[in-house]
Design a protein around this ligand. Structure first.
Ligand code: MTE
Ligand code: MOS
Length: 753
């Protein structure tokens, strides 16, 4: 497709003004006549039997309209995500601290909270398990989720088996091994989870809320109310950040609000406060990952043998999808002929974990990039050079034996990042610094990543999207799509594509709020697929409408080059002549073939790549790490909007710095030790590099919109690893556990090298 002025341009976000003025309407800003407020009674125990619920005192409090338990759920008491194992309201047993047990609905939020505090639930405490490795031991307390393997706590076990990994290890010139652990990461979106359910005419219900996946919420709410899908409408309100945290959880929040609204026949709002949100909603899966990497004398990887364990928490939610990413990403962006990966997700009595930017891949990227550096050290090869010798090129096959013909720009990202960093000179200047300073030590780290865009072989049926487009009689164009703006810039990019596809100015095109009743199921806004897939659907619609516009123009002797300027006149002809001005667009990815038994096949329609280089300075006395310089080069195919793509990279780098250096949550007696943002530390402006260099290699994806292939999650994935490797370089220590916070780094520095 030809390149024109709109594609790639740093067009300003149309949603920015409302957001900075505080005028955007988030879930908690919505109000409806007669609206009630909901609050939850939650489990105080990691595992317990519910003996009795005493709600009379709560019912008699002022303002209380309903006190609802599992038996009041009109449809199935199930929050439908991937497998149906999680109740909307606990039934007979609670399996994690914070699990919803009773839903209280009252006139005001304060009344609802007071009434929730007055509900008395009697529990018989049961043995619990919070650690995933302990949960796999024989005789461990059983979380007893119906979806776990018989008699145990195993949720999912997946295998990737290619060639002969044992033989590769036995025959290798160099083998490096490590066990790596990562902890919780909280999404820390600015807007907490929230939804408003509103009964509508003709026996229908609408759920408004903060979410990534309106069609997931529609499905979940229909199930829980026992309604046909067509009676449930879901509208995604302005969403104040999500990062994967609003992929599965809104299905629970929306279902609870809907249960309240259906019971009371009035609009019901449920909004979590910050401490409640941090304690009770999904996070990044903590992991324990073992790696063996084998290589020949030139540093070419001959095999990997990997074991992944993820702590799934008390219900499966998205764990199988997250685990699948760990499995198929374990080899990174490298050619590896012999691969064995065994990946397990394990039930524990802790909050169910879910999606977080990167979906199970950061848990294997920290290890695979650490292993690359260990190999480099062992074989005395430069760290950039060893990556150069192993990265995939067009025509190579990934670890799953997916042979990728084009749009493989990883080598170019590596070369460009190394150039921008002046890698050899930088190594020398860092050496010089470290020789002259006894107070600080500097280090530089490099990390390369691959990321499969979309749902791919795990859920090919979700890789589709719809769009509608309507030419109004005045020449403006209304567009509707089914994926969500959550800060990543999708609205702007999709509008650019719509205007470009139609050949009309940007200000002619308006995007409608996402509403499941306007467009076909467009899959979830996840896996860095949202912008790409909706842009494809919009392009399909634009091509159809453009053809009709051209026909009308031709009939009225309007030359093609004048169409953009004379669109109002053309639109008027549509109206006067009773011509159909509305079209539908649809897009789906090429079918992928992937075999769950061997883990082999075309895992994804396409992969995005990146190389990041971070320079850090570690304070030897305090163990504190500062990121002092940063270079990020991405191949996400065509960049639709350079300013927004750069923003995605900078934001992802900040989140990656947080993951590597400071974020984490302890668990004591089955309780997460955290109380909102006072005890959960995330990076501030003082913790991020002030002048990161961000650059793009545009190795076009032929089936993408204008060659684009998704960028959203990739920056975080590369960033934490680059930072961790820089800390390893600075300290000269093996690093095996996140976060690399001051106490841990101080302790490492005190160890013998
Ligand atoms: N950027 C912002 N500002 N806010 C977000 O919530 N989510 C990330 C990423 N970037 C997120 C974000 C995640 S987890 C995904 S999957 C992608 O955006 C989704 O956007 P896309 O598919 O439209 O790129
Ligand atoms: Mo992003 S974790 O795929 O929502």
């Amino acid at each position: 497709m030809k390149r024109t002025t709109l594609i790639g341009a740093g067009v300003p976000r149309p949603d920015a003004i409302d957001k900075v003025r505080g005028e955007a309407r988030y879930a908690d800003d919505l109000a409806f006549p007669g609206m009630l407020h909901a609050s939850l009674v939650r489990s105080p125990h990691p595992h317990a039997r519910i003996v009795g619920i005493e709600a009379e005192a709560a019912r008699s409090l002022s303002g209380v309209v309903a006190v609802l338990t599992a038996t009041d759920v009109p449809g199935d008491n199930i929050v439908h995500v991937i497998v149906d194992d999680q109740p909307a309201l606990a039934e007979g047993v609670v399996r994690y601290v914070g699990e919803p047990v009773v839903l209280v609905v009252a006139g005001t939020r304060a009344e609802a909270r007071a009434a929730a505090a007055a509900v008395h639930v009697e529990y018989e405490v049961l043995p619990f398990v919070a650690d995933p490795l302990a949960a796999l031991e024989p005789g461990a307390p059983l979380v007893a989720v119906p979806s776990a393997a018989e008699g145990g706590n195993l949720f999912n076990r997946m295998v990737l088996d290619k060639g002969d990994a044992d033989r590769a290890v036995a025959d290798a010139v160099a083998v490096v091994e490590g066990v790596y652990e990562t902890g919780y990461q909280e999404h820390a979106y600015l807007e907490t989870q929230g939804a408003v359910a509103v009964p509508e005419e003709l026996g229908a219900l609408c759920v408004y809320g903060s979410m990534q996946c309106p069609f997931y919420v529609q499905n979940a709410v229909a199930k829980v109310l026992g309604l046909p899908l067509a009676k449930v409408r879901v509208v995604a309100t302005a969403t104040g950040g999500a990062f994967g945290g609003k992929e599965d959880v809104p299905s629970l929040i929306g279902s609870l609000a809907a249960i309240g609204a259906w019971a009371t026949r009035r609009p019901v709002k449920l909004v979590l406060d910050r401490a409640e949100d941090v304690l009770t909603t999904s996070k990044r899966h903590p992991s324990v990952v073992r790696y063996k990497t084998a290589a020949d004398a030139d540093g070419r990887i001959t095999g990997i043998d990997v074991d992944v364990v993820l702590n799934a928490g008390a219900y499966q939610t998205l764990s199988s999808a997250v685990l699948w990413r760990s499995l198929v990403t374990a080899a990174g962006p490298y050619r590896v002929p012999n691969v064995r990966v065994v990946a397990r997700s394990v039930a524990t009595n802790t909050v169910p974990n879910g999606a977080f930017r990167g979906f199970g891949s950061p848990q294997v990227i920290f290890p695979h990039e650490s292993q690359m550096d260990l190999l480099a050290e062992r074989l005395k090869i430069d760290r950039v050079e060893i990556r150069r010798r192993n990265v995939l090129h067009a025509g190579d096959c990934t670890s799953t034996d997916h042979c990728v013909a084009s749009s493989v720009g990883v080598a170019e990202t590596l070369d460009r990042a190394a150039d921008l960093a002046h890698w050899p000179e930088r190594l020398a200047s860092i050496d010089a610094h470290n020789r002259s300073s006894s107070e600080t030590r500097r280090g530089i780290g490099v990390a390369c990543v691959l990321y499969g865009v979309g749902l791919g072989g795990k859920a090919p049926f979700l890789d589709k999207a719809g769009a509608t487009m309507k030419l109004e009689p005045d020449g403006s164009v209304g567009v509707a799509i089914g994926t969500v703006e959550m800060g990543q810039g999708l609205t702007t990019a999709v509008l650019q594509v719509a205007a470009e596809g139609l050949g009309v100015p940007l200000d002619r095109v308006q995007l409608a709020p996402v509403d499941t009743s306007r467009v076909p199921d467009s899959g979830p806004t996840v896996a860095s697929r949202g912008t790409m897939m909706s842009a494809l659907a919009v392009l399909d619609a634009a091509a159809k409408l453009r053809e009709r516009i051209e026909n009308v123009a031709k009939a009225h002797k309007i030359p093609k080059r004048e169409i953009a300027d004379r669109l109002p006149e053309i639109a008027h002809h549509f109206w006067i002549e009773n011509l159909d001005p509305a079209v539908e667009g649809f897009a789906s990815t090429e079918p992928v073939s992937w075999d769950p038994a061997t883990g082999l096949g075309d895992a994804y329609p396409v992969y995005a790549y990146a190389t990041h280089i971070a320079e850090v300075e570690v304070d030897v006395r305090t163990g504190e790490t500062r990121v002092i310089d940063y270079i990020a080069v991405h191949d996400s195919g065509r960049i639709l909007n350079r300013a927004l793509a750069t923003g995605q990279v900078e934001g992802g780098v900040a989140q990656g710095i947080g993951f590597a250096l400071m974020e984490g949550i302890g668990v004591r007696d089955g309780h997460l030790v955290v109380n909102g943002f006072t005890t959960y530390r995330i990076p501030t402006i003082r913790d991020v590099p002030l002048k990161p260099i961000v650059d793009f290699v545009e190795d076009l994806f032929p089936a993408g919109p204008f060659g684009m292939k998704g960028i959203g999650e990739v920056p975080l994935m590369a960033a934490h690893a680059a930072v961790a490797r820089a800390v390893a370089h600075a300290t000269g220590r093996r690093l095996t556990k996140y976060p690399l916070d001051p106490p841990r780094v101080r302790a490492l520095l005190q160890e013998e090298a």
